[in-house]
Design a binder for this molecule. Structure first.
Ligand code: SAM
Length: 358
C-alpha cells in the first residue's frame, strides 16, 4: 500500500502534502517498521547518529499570559517562583560541568523592563563566565527591540512555538490578547535577527485534525525553521482546556498520542532533513523511555532538566511532567548506545540547517 511512498523516500524525492498525510496515518506494524528504518537512515545521513543535550533551566513560572492549556497560566493558582541570578549561574555551571555546552532558559512570559533587563544582565554574565556556552531562550513573544537586546547580550537561539498552524484552532486555545499574527511576526523577526530559530506545535489538541498536523510540518518548511520542539498536548486539570477532558485521558488515548507524536517526528525528519528536532519532556512524560523513542523516530536533541526540584515542581505545565536530571544521564547514554546513538558530549550542536544557510 505504501510502496510508492517508500520508493519516493528511497529515491530522495521531495515529499508532498499527501505523502506526509500517509506517514501520519500509517498504522500497520510492518509498514511502520519499514518507515522507521528509512527514518533512521535519513537521520544518520543528514545529522548523524548523535544526540545533542541541552541543559534546561526553568527560570520562573510567573506568567502574564492566560493560554487555556497551560498549567502556569496567569489564572491558575500555584506557588510562583523566580530563580535568582546566583541560582541561574549555579545551574549553568552544573550543565557545563556535565560536558554539555548548551543551555535553554525557559520561563513564563513577562515583558516588563525589570524582567527584560534582568535577562540581558544574566546573559552578559553567563557569556562572561562561560564564553563557549550556547544559550537558547524560550521566553515567549517580545518586541523586536527586546529580541535584539538579548541577542546583543549573547543569546544564540530562540524557541517560540506556533502551537498550531490552524488559525481558528490557535484562537480557540488562547485568549484574545494572544494573536496568531503576532506569533508569526515574532518568528519572522527572530529569523532576521541572528538567532537560530525553533518552533513547534502541540500534538493532540482538542479539535486538531491530521490535516492540521500536515500543515504544521509544511509551515515549518515555509518559515525555514532551524529547530523543532513539538510534543503531545497533555491536559492539566486546572486549565480551561484541560479540566473537562482530563477524566477521559486514559491509557489508550496516551498510547495513540505517543504514536502520533512519533510519526510527527518521523515525518519532520524525512521532510526537513537537516533541522534539529527535540525528543521532548512531554513525550517522556507520557511514555516510558519516551526520550529514546523520540530519538528512534528521528529526533536528535534531548533537554535534561537542571532546575532544582524545589522549583521544578512548580513549573507544572501539565499533569505528571517528568524529566531526566543530571543524575541519570549515564542511564540515558546507555539506552542511546543500545540503539546505535551516542551523546555528543562537549558539542554545542548547532542546527545543520542553520549552518548550511549561513
Ligand atoms: N512562555 C514561553 C512561551 O510561551 O514560549 C515559554 C514557556 S511555555 C510554558 C512553553 C511551551 O509549553 C508552550 O509553547 C507550549 O507548547 C507548552 N505547553 C504548555 N502547556 C502544555 C500542555 N498542557 N501540554 C503540552 N505542552 C504544553
Amino acid at each position: 500500500m505504501y510502496r510508492k511512498l517508500f520508493n519516493k523516500i528511497k529515491n530522495g524525492e521531495e515529499l508532498r502534502r499527501e505523502d506526509i498525510l500517509s506517514i501520519l496515518t500509517m498504522d500497520g506494524w510492518k509498514d511502520l517498521e519499514t518507515l522507521y528504518q528509512f527514518v533512521q537512515k535519513e537521520k544518520w545521513e543528514s545529522v548523524g547518529n548523535k544526540v545533542y543535550l541541552r541543559g534546561l533551566i526553568e527560570l520562573s513560572n510567573i506568567c502574564t499570559q492566560n493560554c487555556y492549556y497551560c498549567g502556569i497560566r496567569k489564572g491558575t493558582k500555584i506557588d510562583r517562583f523566580s530563580i535568582s541570578e546566583e541560582n541561574l549561574i549555579e545551574y549553568a555551571n552544573k550543565v557545563v560541568s556535565s560536558c554539555i555546552p548548551s543551555i535553554v532558559i525557559q520561563s513564563g512570559e513577562r515583558r516588563d523592563e525589570e524582567f527584560v533587563s534582568f535577562i540581558e544582565y544574566c546573559l552578559k554574565k553567563i557569556k562572561n563566565i562561560f564564553p563557549d556556552l550556547m544559550v537558547t531562550l524560550s521566553l515567549g513573544e517580545q518586541t523586536e527591540e527586546v529580541y535584539q537586546r538579548w541577542a546583543g547580550a549573547g543569546a544564540d537561539r530562540y524557541l517560540l512555538r506556533i502551537e498550531t498552524s490552524n488559525r481558528a484552532l490557535f484562537k480557540k486555545i488562547h485568549p484574545r490578547e494572544v494573536s496568531f499574527d503576532n506569533r508569526l511576526k515574532c518568528l519572522k523577526v527572530l529569523r532576521k535577527t541572528r538567532y537560530q530559530v525553533g518552533t513547534g506545535v502541540m500534538i493532540g489538541l482538542p479539535g486538531q485534525t491530521v490535516d492540521d498536523l500536515v500543515s504544521d510540518i509544511l509551515m515549518f518548511k515555509e518559515l525555514d525553521i532551524d529547530m523543532i520542539g513539538m510534543g503531545p498536548y497533555i491536559p492539566h486539570v486546572n486549565t480551561p482546556l484541560g479540566k473537562n477532558i482530563i477524566a477521559k485521558f486514559d491509557e489508550a488515548q496516551k498510547i495513540a498520542l505517543v504514536e502520533k507524536s512519533l510519526k510527527m517526528i518521523a515525518a519532520c525528519r524525512l521532510y526537513l532533513k537537516d533541522v534539529n528536532i527535540a525528543s521532548t519532556t512531554a513525550l517522556n512524560t507520557l511514555s516510558n523511555d519516551g526520550f529514546i523513542k523520540g530519538i528512534k523516530a528521528g529526533a536528535n536533541v534531548i533537554m535534561p532538566n537542571f532546575t532544582d526540584l524545589k522549583y521544578r515542581k512548580s513549573y507544572n505545565l501539565y499533569q505528571g511532567k517528568a524529566g531526566v536530571t543530571e543524575y541519570n544521564l549515564g542511564e540515558l547514554e546507555k539506552k542511546l548506545l543500545e540503539i546505535g546513538e551516542k551523546i555528543a558530549w562537549g558539542e554545542a550542536g548547532s542546527s545543520l540547517h542553520f549552518k548550511n544557510r549561513n
